[in-house]
Design a protein around this ligand. Structure first.
Ligand code: CP
Length: 309
């Protein structure tokens, strides 16, 4: 297969296993490119990409921008803070004004689930979802699975535990879809109050005991507690959360085997993970960041190559 089945990347739920494998094969090539002395290729010359960030980001924003520049695209960046959104301009008006400047592709992060889908129905440009509320974060899931494949040789048959605040996590949902499509076994682990009821319908194991999850898995993907999305209290205190669900070196060493540690970032050091684990030789957290550039180059390149609807 040489083309994606989709014009936009709105989520992992609506792409195929073949799409994911094509993205990985393309990212393998781009990973070689970004490790060469000359890191730039002319693939997206004459393509203009707008990065629209209506919500805060460090990794995703910088990674997309670097990926676009490595592909020789023209790039414009928009952040909601300091923009006319603060004067009441709507999403569609904002985007249509940007598209009037002849933009071909839009990378968008937005706090509302479905914002990228909404945009794809109202504008001509190709849309890449860079995170929509607690819904999906497809390029994070792709770079996570790509990093597991790189570290363990393949994803199929591997046991992946996603641990922490599952309820508010777009990373969890996109990872579940991606890992299941690639043949992994997936477990989610966290407090009952942070476990969405729909997990039962996603064919994943649900566990509330961190020690059991760690003993079961080959890879532990530790998620941040998303206090900014929590309007009510889901647990008594951060200290209590850390006692039950925080991963420290003592707990990690007690399971009697070496598992791979991941985290999508940003890390709350000392809450869901301690520094001695995050910075240990079992952690691939910075590999995830490096792979993010290659995976996003692949997504941009493959979507730009799709000319038909
Ligand atoms: N992993 C991730 O999405 O990080 P940012 O919020 O910094 O982009």
């Amino acid at each position: 297969m040489t083309r994606l089945s989709t014009k936009h990347l709105l989520g992992i739920r609506n792409i195929t296993q073949d799409d994911i494998e094509l993205i990985f094969a393309t990212a393998d090539n781009f990973k070689q490119v970004i490790n060469r002395p000359i890191k730039k290729v002319p693939s997206l010359r004459d393509i203009t990409i707008a990065n629209l960030f209506f919500e805060n980001s460090t990794r995703t924003k910088l990674s997309f921008e670097l990926a676009e520049k490595r592909l020789s695209a023209d790039v414009i960046n928009f952040s909601a803070s300091g923009s006319s959104v603060k004067k009441g301009e709507t999403l569609i008006d904002t985007v249509n004004n940007i598209l009037a400047m002849k933009v071909d592709m839009v990378v968008m992060r937005h706090a509302n689930p479905g914002a990228a889908l909404f945009l794809s129905k109202h504008v001509q440009a190709k849309i890449i979802n860079a995170g929509d509320g607690a819904h999906e974060h497809p390029t994070q899931a792709l770079l996570d699975a790509f990093s597991i494949r790189e570290k363990l040789g393949e994803v199929r048959g591997k046991k992946i535990a996603i641990i922490g605040d599952i309820l508010h996590s777009r990373v969890a949902l996109s990872n579940i879809h991606c890992l299941k499509k690639l043949g992994a076994e997936v477990m989610v682990c966290g407090p009952r109050t942070l476990m969405p009821k729909y997990m039962g319908g996603l064919d994943v194991k649900v566990e509330h005991d961190l020690n059991k999850a760690l003993k079961w898995c080959d890879v532990a993907n530790m998620l941040r507690i998303q206090l900014e999305r929590q309007e009510i209290k889901y647990f008594p205190s951060l200290r209590e959360y850390t006692m039950q669900y925080g991963l420290d070196k003592k707990r990690l060493d007690s399971i009697g085997k070496k598992i791979v540690i991941m985290h999508p970032g940003p890390i709350n050091r000392g809450v869901e993970i301690t520094s001695d684990v995050a910075d240990s030789d079992q952690s691939i957290i910075l590999d995830q960041v490096e792979n993010g550039v290659a995976v996003r180059m692949a997504v941009l390149y493959l979507l730009a190559g799709r000319t038909e609807n």
